[in-house]
Write a protein that binds this ligand. Structure first.
Ligand code: HEM
Length: 412
Protein backbone atom coordinates (compact mmCIF):
# COMPACT_ATOMS: atom_id res chain seq x y z
CA UNK A 1 0.00 0.00 0.00
CA UNK A 2 1.38 3.36 -0.96
CA UNK A 3 1.26 6.57 1.04
CA UNK A 4 -1.06 7.96 -1.62
CA UNK A 5 -3.55 5.15 -0.98
CA UNK A 6 -3.57 5.83 2.74
CA UNK A 7 -4.30 9.50 2.10
CA UNK A 8 -7.65 10.62 3.42
CA UNK A 9 -10.38 11.55 0.99
CA UNK A 10 -12.03 14.94 1.44
CA UNK A 11 -14.98 14.59 3.77
CA UNK A 12 -13.69 11.38 5.32
CA UNK A 13 -14.37 11.04 9.01
CA UNK A 14 -11.51 10.76 11.47
CA UNK A 15 -12.72 7.34 12.54
CA UNK A 16 -12.65 6.19 8.96
CA UNK A 17 -9.17 7.67 8.48
CA UNK A 18 -7.97 5.57 11.40
CA UNK A 19 -9.69 2.61 9.85
CA UNK A 20 -7.79 3.15 6.64
CA UNK A 21 -4.44 3.50 8.41
CA UNK A 22 -5.02 0.22 10.18
CA UNK A 23 -6.05 -1.26 6.90
CA UNK A 24 -2.88 0.05 5.24
CA UNK A 25 -0.77 -1.86 7.70
CA UNK A 26 -2.80 -4.98 7.07
CA UNK A 27 -2.48 -4.64 3.33
CA UNK A 28 1.19 -3.74 3.49
CA UNK A 29 2.02 -6.87 5.46
CA UNK A 30 -0.11 -9.07 3.25
CA UNK A 31 1.29 -7.60 0.03
CA UNK A 32 4.77 -8.33 1.34
CA UNK A 33 3.70 -11.94 1.62
CA UNK A 34 2.54 -11.78 -1.99
CA UNK A 35 -1.06 -12.31 -1.02
CA UNK A 36 -2.72 -9.13 -2.34
CA UNK A 37 -5.05 -9.29 0.60
CA UNK A 38 -7.98 -7.19 1.59
CA UNK A 39 -7.97 -4.23 3.89
CA UNK A 40 -10.91 -5.03 6.09
CA UNK A 41 -10.46 -2.64 8.99
CA UNK A 42 -12.61 0.05 7.40
CA UNK A 43 -15.66 1.10 9.42
CA UNK A 44 -17.89 0.37 6.42
CA UNK A 45 -17.12 -3.30 6.85
CA UNK A 46 -15.93 -5.63 4.11
CA UNK A 47 -18.34 -4.26 1.52
CA UNK A 48 -16.94 -0.74 1.76
CA UNK A 49 -13.27 -1.50 2.28
CA UNK A 50 -10.33 -0.88 -0.02
CA UNK A 51 -8.36 -3.69 -1.64
CA UNK A 52 -4.66 -3.10 -2.24
CA UNK A 53 -3.96 -2.16 -5.86
CA UNK A 54 -0.25 -3.04 -5.81
CA UNK A 55 1.24 -6.42 -4.99
CA UNK A 56 2.78 -9.56 -6.45
CA UNK A 57 -0.45 -10.46 -8.25
CA UNK A 58 -3.22 -8.26 -9.61
CA UNK A 59 -6.24 -7.94 -7.35
CA UNK A 60 -9.52 -9.17 -8.82
CA UNK A 61 -8.31 -12.71 -9.45
CA UNK A 62 -7.82 -14.63 -6.20
CA UNK A 63 -9.15 -11.83 -3.95
CA UNK A 64 -12.73 -12.27 -2.63
CA UNK A 65 -15.37 -11.82 -5.32
CA UNK A 66 -17.39 -8.60 -5.13
CA UNK A 67 -21.08 -8.32 -6.07
CA UNK A 68 -20.86 -6.35 -9.32
CA UNK A 69 -18.91 -6.31 -12.55
CA UNK A 70 -18.21 -3.88 -15.34
CA UNK A 71 -15.99 -5.55 -17.90
CA UNK A 72 -14.72 -3.55 -20.88
CA UNK A 73 -12.53 -4.45 -23.84
CA UNK A 74 -10.79 -1.65 -25.71
CA UNK A 75 -9.32 -1.31 -29.21
CA UNK A 76 -6.11 0.73 -29.41
CA UNK A 77 -6.76 3.46 -31.98
CA UNK A 78 -3.28 4.99 -32.16
CA UNK A 79 -0.15 3.50 -33.71
CA UNK A 80 2.06 5.60 -31.42
CA UNK A 81 3.67 3.17 -28.95
CA UNK A 82 4.92 5.95 -26.63
CA UNK A 83 1.48 7.49 -26.44
CA UNK A 84 0.03 4.10 -25.51
CA UNK A 85 2.59 3.61 -22.74
CA UNK A 86 1.88 7.12 -21.46
CA UNK A 87 -1.81 6.28 -21.28
CA UNK A 88 -1.08 3.07 -19.36
CA UNK A 89 0.85 5.16 -16.81
CA UNK A 90 -2.08 7.58 -16.52
CA UNK A 91 -4.45 4.63 -16.14
CA UNK A 92 -2.27 3.21 -13.36
CA UNK A 93 -2.39 6.45 -11.35
CA UNK A 94 -6.15 6.67 -11.84
CA UNK A 95 -6.63 2.99 -10.89
CA UNK A 96 -4.54 3.41 -7.71
CA UNK A 97 -6.65 6.42 -6.73
CA UNK A 98 -10.05 4.92 -7.54
CA UNK A 99 -9.40 1.57 -5.83
CA UNK A 100 -8.43 3.53 -2.69
CA UNK A 101 -11.70 5.47 -2.90
CA UNK A 102 -10.10 8.69 -4.11
CA UNK A 103 -11.14 10.64 -7.21
CA UNK A 104 -9.00 10.83 -10.33
CA UNK A 105 -6.50 13.73 -10.47
CA UNK A 106 -7.90 16.97 -9.06
CA UNK A 107 -11.32 15.47 -8.61
CA UNK A 108 -14.74 16.37 -9.96
CA UNK A 109 -15.13 19.94 -8.80
CA UNK A 110 -11.63 21.39 -8.64
CA UNK A 111 -9.09 22.38 -11.27
CA UNK A 112 -9.54 24.81 -14.13
CA UNK A 113 -13.13 26.02 -14.61
CA UNK A 114 -12.61 26.19 -18.37
CA UNK A 115 -11.52 22.53 -18.72
CA UNK A 116 -13.49 19.34 -18.06
CA UNK A 117 -12.88 18.08 -14.52
CA UNK A 118 -10.32 15.26 -14.03
CA UNK A 119 -12.98 13.01 -12.47
CA UNK A 120 -16.52 12.52 -13.77
CA UNK A 121 -17.91 12.77 -10.24
CA UNK A 122 -20.51 10.06 -9.81
CA UNK A 123 -18.50 8.18 -7.17
CA UNK A 124 -17.91 11.21 -4.94
CA UNK A 125 -18.86 10.32 -1.38
CA UNK A 126 -19.00 6.58 -2.03
CA UNK A 127 -16.64 4.21 -0.17
CA UNK A 128 -14.00 2.22 -2.15
CA UNK A 129 -16.53 -0.67 -2.28
CA UNK A 130 -13.70 -3.22 -2.65
CA UNK A 131 -13.11 -1.96 -6.20
CA UNK A 132 -10.52 -3.97 -8.09
CA UNK A 133 -9.25 -3.17 -11.58
CA UNK A 134 -7.58 -6.01 -13.45
CA UNK A 135 -5.95 -5.40 -16.82
CA UNK A 136 -5.28 -7.90 -19.60
CA UNK A 137 -3.78 -7.74 -23.10
CA UNK A 138 -5.49 -9.47 -26.02
CA UNK A 139 -3.75 -11.31 -28.91
CA UNK A 140 -4.52 -8.42 -31.32
CA UNK A 141 -2.29 -6.05 -29.32
CA UNK A 142 0.68 -8.19 -30.31
CA UNK A 143 -0.29 -8.73 -33.93
CA UNK A 144 -3.26 -7.64 -36.01
CA UNK A 145 -3.89 -8.61 -39.64
CA UNK A 146 -0.30 -9.87 -39.80
CA UNK A 147 1.07 -6.53 -38.64
CA UNK A 148 3.44 -6.16 -35.67
CA UNK A 149 1.71 -2.98 -34.48
CA UNK A 150 3.80 -1.94 -31.50
CA UNK A 151 6.92 -4.10 -31.84
CA UNK A 152 5.36 -6.62 -29.47
CA UNK A 153 4.99 -9.66 -31.73
CA UNK A 154 7.96 -11.46 -30.20
CA UNK A 155 6.63 -10.68 -26.70
CA UNK A 156 3.37 -12.57 -27.23
CA UNK A 157 3.24 -15.35 -24.64
CA UNK A 158 2.84 -18.85 -26.08
CA UNK A 159 -0.13 -19.41 -23.76
CA UNK A 160 -2.01 -16.42 -25.25
CA UNK A 161 -3.47 -18.57 -28.01
CA UNK A 162 -6.43 -17.72 -30.22
CA UNK A 163 -9.28 -19.76 -28.78
CA UNK A 164 -10.41 -22.57 -31.11
CA UNK A 165 -13.99 -22.87 -32.33
CA UNK A 166 -16.09 -24.94 -29.92
CA UNK A 167 -19.20 -26.91 -30.95
CA UNK A 168 -22.33 -24.77 -30.49
CA UNK A 169 -20.46 -21.43 -30.52
CA UNK A 170 -22.46 -18.58 -32.06
CA UNK A 171 -20.01 -15.78 -31.41
CA UNK A 172 -20.82 -12.16 -32.15
CA UNK A 173 -17.56 -10.44 -33.22
CA UNK A 174 -18.88 -7.19 -31.72
CA UNK A 175 -18.96 -8.84 -28.32
CA UNK A 176 -15.52 -10.33 -28.35
CA UNK A 177 -11.78 -9.74 -28.66
CA UNK A 178 -10.12 -6.40 -28.00
CA UNK A 179 -6.53 -5.24 -27.53
CA UNK A 180 -6.85 -4.41 -23.83
CA UNK A 181 -9.47 -5.57 -21.32
CA UNK A 182 -10.23 -4.18 -17.89
CA UNK A 183 -12.28 -6.12 -15.37
CA UNK A 184 -13.77 -3.76 -12.77
CA UNK A 185 -15.39 -5.48 -9.79
CA UNK A 186 -16.97 -3.68 -6.82
CA UNK A 187 -19.75 -4.08 -4.33
CA UNK A 188 -21.44 -0.97 -5.71
CA UNK A 189 -22.23 -0.91 -9.47
CA UNK A 190 -21.81 2.86 -9.55
CA UNK A 191 -18.21 2.49 -8.38
CA UNK A 192 -17.42 -0.14 -11.03
CA UNK A 193 -19.06 1.87 -13.83
CA UNK A 194 -17.33 5.06 -12.67
CA UNK A 195 -13.96 3.30 -12.89
CA UNK A 196 -14.43 2.06 -16.48
CA UNK A 197 -15.91 5.38 -17.57
CA UNK A 198 -12.95 7.34 -16.22
CA UNK A 199 -10.42 4.98 -17.83
CA UNK A 200 -12.25 5.36 -21.16
CA UNK A 201 -12.23 9.14 -20.76
CA UNK A 202 -8.51 9.25 -19.96
CA UNK A 203 -7.86 6.98 -22.94
CA UNK A 204 -9.72 9.18 -25.44
CA UNK A 205 -7.70 9.32 -28.67
CA UNK A 206 -5.62 6.27 -27.67
CA UNK A 207 -8.23 3.58 -27.02
CA UNK A 208 -11.94 3.16 -27.72
CA UNK A 209 -14.36 0.81 -25.99
CA UNK A 210 -14.96 -2.16 -28.31
CA UNK A 211 -17.50 -3.99 -26.14
CA UNK A 212 -18.45 -4.17 -22.52
CA UNK A 213 -20.63 -6.11 -20.12
CA UNK A 214 -22.29 -5.31 -16.83
CA UNK A 215 -22.75 -8.16 -14.37
CA UNK A 216 -24.57 -8.66 -11.09
CA UNK A 217 -24.88 -11.53 -8.63
CA UNK A 218 -21.48 -13.18 -8.63
CA UNK A 219 -21.76 -16.80 -9.77
CA UNK A 220 -18.69 -18.05 -8.01
CA UNK A 221 -16.88 -17.53 -4.80
CA UNK A 222 -13.17 -17.50 -4.02
CA UNK A 223 -13.89 -17.64 -0.29
CA UNK A 224 -15.11 -21.19 0.46
CA UNK A 225 -16.46 -20.26 3.90
CA UNK A 226 -18.93 -17.76 2.49
CA UNK A 227 -22.40 -18.82 1.38
CA UNK A 228 -22.23 -20.09 -2.20
CA UNK A 229 -24.08 -17.75 -4.58
CA UNK A 230 -26.68 -18.99 -7.07
CA UNK A 231 -26.81 -18.54 -10.84
CA UNK A 232 -29.88 -17.63 -12.91
CA UNK A 233 -30.86 -21.31 -13.20
CA UNK A 234 -31.26 -21.24 -9.41
CA UNK A 235 -28.33 -23.55 -8.61
CA UNK A 236 -25.46 -22.89 -6.24
CA UNK A 237 -22.52 -21.93 -8.42
CA UNK A 238 -18.88 -21.89 -7.39
CA UNK A 239 -18.99 -24.70 -4.82
CA UNK A 240 -15.92 -26.40 -6.15
CA UNK A 241 -13.77 -23.45 -7.12
CA UNK A 242 -10.23 -22.33 -6.43
CA UNK A 243 -10.00 -19.74 -3.69
CA UNK A 244 -7.56 -17.34 -2.13
CA UNK A 245 -6.60 -19.85 0.56
CA UNK A 246 -5.57 -22.54 -1.98
CA UNK A 247 -2.07 -21.14 -2.33
CA UNK A 248 -0.41 -24.24 -3.74
CA UNK A 249 -3.26 -24.84 -6.19
CA UNK A 250 -3.16 -21.20 -7.28
CA UNK A 251 0.57 -21.52 -7.97
CA UNK A 252 -0.05 -24.66 -9.97
CA UNK A 253 -3.20 -23.73 -11.88
CA UNK A 254 -3.71 -19.96 -11.85
CA UNK A 255 -0.45 -17.98 -11.70
CA UNK A 256 1.82 -18.04 -14.75
CA UNK A 257 5.18 -19.59 -13.88
CA UNK A 258 8.73 -18.23 -13.91
CA UNK A 259 9.29 -19.62 -17.41
CA UNK A 260 6.58 -17.31 -18.75
CA UNK A 261 8.81 -14.21 -18.97
CA UNK A 262 7.05 -10.89 -18.33
CA UNK A 263 3.86 -12.82 -17.50
CA UNK A 264 5.35 -14.64 -14.46
CA UNK A 265 2.94 -14.05 -11.56
CA UNK A 266 0.20 -13.04 -13.97
CA UNK A 267 -2.74 -15.10 -15.22
CA UNK A 268 -4.77 -15.68 -18.39
CA UNK A 269 -8.37 -14.50 -18.43
CA UNK A 270 -10.95 -16.21 -20.63
CA UNK A 271 -14.30 -14.42 -20.86
CA UNK A 272 -17.39 -15.99 -22.42
CA UNK A 273 -20.75 -14.28 -22.71
CA UNK A 274 -23.13 -17.23 -22.32
CA UNK A 275 -26.80 -16.69 -23.08
CA UNK A 276 -29.06 -18.80 -20.85
CA UNK A 277 -32.47 -19.81 -22.21
CA UNK A 278 -34.31 -19.04 -19.01
CA UNK A 279 -37.85 -19.69 -20.30
CA UNK A 280 -37.02 -23.21 -21.54
CA UNK A 281 -35.24 -24.00 -18.29
CA UNK A 282 -38.20 -22.83 -16.24
CA UNK A 283 -40.39 -25.44 -17.97
CA UNK A 284 -37.94 -28.25 -17.17
CA UNK A 285 -38.69 -30.65 -14.31
CA UNK A 286 -36.72 -30.46 -11.09
CA UNK A 287 -35.34 -33.99 -11.58
CA UNK A 288 -34.06 -33.15 -15.03
CA UNK A 289 -32.52 -29.88 -13.82
CA UNK A 290 -30.66 -31.74 -11.07
CA UNK A 291 -29.55 -34.49 -13.48
CA UNK A 292 -28.18 -31.85 -15.85
CA UNK A 293 -25.85 -30.41 -13.23
CA UNK A 294 -25.26 -33.58 -11.19
CA UNK A 295 -26.09 -31.67 -8.01
CA UNK A 296 -29.27 -31.05 -6.01
CA UNK A 297 -31.00 -27.70 -6.34
CA UNK A 298 -31.64 -27.07 -2.63
CA UNK A 299 -28.52 -27.98 -0.67
CA UNK A 300 -26.32 -28.21 -3.76
CA UNK A 301 -25.02 -31.67 -2.77
CA UNK A 302 -23.54 -33.91 -5.48
CA UNK A 303 -25.87 -36.71 -6.69
CA UNK A 304 -26.21 -39.40 -4.01
CA UNK A 305 -24.56 -37.29 -1.32
CA UNK A 306 -26.05 -35.13 1.41
CA UNK A 307 -24.07 -31.96 1.86
CA UNK A 308 -22.85 -29.34 -0.57
CA UNK A 309 -19.20 -29.90 0.32
CA UNK A 310 -19.38 -33.72 0.17
CA UNK A 311 -16.97 -35.17 -2.39
CA UNK A 312 -18.76 -35.78 -5.70
CA UNK A 313 -18.97 -39.39 -6.90
CA UNK A 314 -18.82 -38.80 -10.63
CA UNK A 315 -19.86 -42.33 -11.57
CA UNK A 316 -23.21 -41.74 -9.87
CA UNK A 317 -23.97 -38.78 -12.15
CA UNK A 318 -25.39 -39.05 -15.66
CA UNK A 319 -22.59 -39.33 -18.23
CA UNK A 320 -23.53 -35.91 -19.66
CA UNK A 321 -23.90 -34.09 -16.30
CA UNK A 322 -22.18 -30.68 -16.24
CA UNK A 323 -20.23 -31.26 -13.03
CA UNK A 324 -19.09 -34.71 -14.15
CA UNK A 325 -17.73 -33.37 -17.42
CA UNK A 326 -16.17 -30.22 -15.90
CA UNK A 327 -14.57 -31.96 -12.91
CA UNK A 328 -10.74 -32.17 -12.82
CA UNK A 329 -10.95 -36.01 -12.71
CA UNK A 330 -12.54 -35.96 -16.17
CA UNK A 331 -9.94 -33.51 -17.52
CA UNK A 332 -6.52 -34.88 -16.53
CA UNK A 333 -6.54 -32.67 -13.42
CA UNK A 334 -7.27 -29.39 -15.27
CA UNK A 335 -8.51 -26.68 -12.89
CA UNK A 336 -9.61 -23.09 -13.43
CA UNK A 337 -10.55 -20.24 -11.12
CA UNK A 338 -14.10 -19.21 -12.03
CA UNK A 339 -15.15 -15.61 -11.33
CA UNK A 340 -18.26 -15.04 -13.43
CA UNK A 341 -21.39 -12.90 -13.02
CA UNK A 342 -25.02 -13.12 -14.06
CA UNK A 343 -26.33 -10.59 -16.53
CA UNK A 344 -29.77 -9.49 -17.73
CA UNK A 345 -29.68 -6.95 -20.55
CA UNK A 346 -33.43 -6.40 -20.86
CA UNK A 347 -35.34 -8.63 -23.28
CA UNK A 348 -34.63 -9.78 -26.81
CA UNK A 349 -37.69 -8.45 -28.65
CA UNK A 350 -39.25 -11.91 -28.71
CA UNK A 351 -40.48 -11.76 -25.13
CA UNK A 352 -37.48 -13.62 -23.75
CA UNK A 353 -34.99 -12.37 -21.20
CA UNK A 354 -31.64 -11.46 -22.73
CA UNK A 355 -29.96 -13.08 -19.77
CA UNK A 356 -27.08 -15.37 -18.97
CA UNK A 357 -23.73 -15.90 -17.40
CA UNK A 358 -20.74 -13.72 -18.10
CA UNK A 359 -18.26 -16.52 -17.50
CA UNK A 360 -14.75 -15.49 -16.48
CA UNK A 361 -12.00 -17.99 -15.78
CA UNK A 362 -8.38 -17.42 -14.75
CA UNK A 363 -5.65 -19.98 -15.34
CA UNK A 364 -1.90 -20.26 -15.75
CA UNK A 365 -2.31 -21.60 -19.29
CA UNK A 366 -5.62 -21.75 -21.21
CA UNK A 367 -4.26 -24.72 -23.20
CA UNK A 368 -4.36 -26.69 -19.96
CA UNK A 369 -7.34 -24.92 -18.38
CA UNK A 370 -10.36 -23.50 -20.20
CA UNK A 371 -9.76 -25.12 -23.60
CA UNK A 372 -9.72 -28.80 -22.55
CA UNK A 373 -12.56 -28.27 -20.05
CA UNK A 374 -14.72 -26.53 -22.66
CA UNK A 375 -13.92 -29.30 -25.16
CA UNK A 376 -15.01 -31.86 -22.59
CA UNK A 377 -18.27 -29.91 -22.18
CA UNK A 378 -19.13 -30.58 -25.86
CA UNK A 379 -21.53 -33.32 -24.71
CA UNK A 380 -22.82 -31.36 -21.68
CA UNK A 381 -26.58 -31.80 -21.10
CA UNK A 382 -26.61 -28.10 -20.21
CA UNK A 383 -25.87 -27.15 -23.83
CA UNK A 384 -29.55 -27.45 -24.72
CA UNK A 385 -30.20 -24.47 -22.44
CA UNK A 386 -27.21 -22.22 -23.11
CA UNK A 387 -25.27 -20.70 -26.01
CA UNK A 388 -21.87 -19.03 -26.06
CA UNK A 389 -22.32 -15.69 -27.86
CA UNK A 390 -19.22 -13.65 -26.91
CA UNK A 391 -15.59 -14.51 -26.25
CA UNK A 392 -12.26 -13.02 -25.30
CA UNK A 393 -8.84 -14.09 -24.06
CA UNK A 394 -6.33 -11.78 -22.38
CA UNK A 395 -2.91 -12.01 -20.75
CA UNK A 396 -3.17 -10.33 -17.34
CA UNK A 397 0.32 -9.35 -16.17
CA UNK A 398 1.52 -9.72 -12.56
CA UNK A 399 0.65 -7.04 -10.01
CA UNK A 400 2.03 -3.52 -10.24
CA UNK A 401 5.05 -2.99 -7.99
CA UNK A 402 5.88 0.23 -6.16
CA UNK A 403 6.86 2.85 -8.79
CA UNK A 404 5.76 0.59 -11.64
CA UNK A 405 2.80 0.85 -14.00
CA UNK A 406 0.42 -1.34 -16.00
CA UNK A 407 2.30 -2.90 -18.90
CA UNK A 408 5.80 -2.02 -17.65
CA UNK A 409 7.00 -5.63 -18.03
CA UNK A 410 5.51 -6.00 -21.50
CA UNK A 411 6.79 -2.70 -22.92
CA UNK A 412 10.20 -2.92 -21.20
C1 HEM B 1 -24.23 -20.84 -18.33
C2 HEM B 1 -23.24 -21.70 -18.25
C3 HEM B 1 -22.87 -22.41 -16.97
C4 HEM B 1 -23.62 -22.65 -15.84
C5 HEM B 1 -25.05 -22.23 -15.56
C6 HEM B 1 -22.76 -23.40 -14.93
C7 HEM B 1 -23.15 -23.83 -13.67
C8 HEM B 1 -22.40 -24.64 -12.85
C9 HEM B 1 -22.86 -25.20 -11.60
C10 HEM B 1 -24.23 -24.98 -10.99
C11 HEM B 1 -21.86 -25.94 -11.08
C12 HEM B 1 -21.88 -26.77 -9.78
C13 HEM B 1 -21.41 -26.03 -8.57
C14 HEM B 1 -19.95 -25.68 -8.56
O1 HEM B 1 -19.07 -26.49 -8.22
O2 HEM B 1 -19.66 -24.54 -8.93
C15 HEM B 1 -20.74 -25.83 -12.00
C16 HEM B 1 -19.53 -26.40 -11.82
C17 HEM B 1 -18.45 -26.24 -12.66
N1 HEM B 1 -18.46 -25.59 -13.87
FE1 HEM B 1 -20.02 -24.65 -14.71
N2 HEM B 1 -21.54 -23.58 -15.52
C18 HEM B 1 -21.57 -23.00 -16.76
C19 HEM B 1 -20.55 -22.95 -17.67
C20 HEM B 1 -19.29 -23.46 -17.45
C21 HEM B 1 -18.17 -23.36 -18.37
C22 HEM B 1 -18.21 -22.67 -19.73
C23 HEM B 1 -17.11 -23.97 -17.77
C24 HEM B 1 -15.69 -24.15 -18.27
C25 HEM B 1 -15.35 -24.32 -19.51
C26 HEM B 1 -17.56 -24.45 -16.48
C27 HEM B 1 -16.76 -25.11 -15.57
C28 HEM B 1 -17.19 -25.63 -14.38
C29 HEM B 1 -16.31 -26.29 -13.43
C30 HEM B 1 -14.81 -26.53 -13.59
C31 HEM B 1 -17.11 -26.69 -12.36
C32 HEM B 1 -16.66 -27.46 -11.10
C33 HEM B 1 -16.72 -28.93 -11.33
C34 HEM B 1 -16.24 -29.66 -10.08
O3 HEM B 1 -15.03 -29.66 -9.85
O4 HEM B 1 -17.07 -30.21 -9.36
N3 HEM B 1 -18.87 -24.14 -16.33
N4 HEM B 1 -21.11 -25.04 -13.07
Amino acid sequence: MTGEQAEARPGMSRRRMLGFSGASLLVGAAAGAGLDRVASADEDGAAGAAIAFRGAHQAGIATPVQDRLHFAAFDVTTDDRDRLVRMLKEWTDAAAAMTAGRPVGNGAAAGSPVAPPDDTGEAVGLPPSRLTLTIGFGPSLFEKDGEDRFGLRARRPAALVDLPHFPGDDLDPDRGGGDIAVQACADDPQVAVHAIRNLARIGFGVVAVRWSQLGFGKTSSTTPDAQTPRNLFGFKDGTDNLGESDKALLDEHVWAGKGDGWMAGGSYLVARRIRMHIETWDRTSLREQEDIFGRGKGEGAPVGREKERDKPVLARMKPDAHVRLAHPDSNHGARILRRGYSFTDGSDGLGRLEAGLFFIAFQSDPRKGFIPVQQSLATDALNEYIQHVGSGIYACPPGVREGGHWGDGLFA
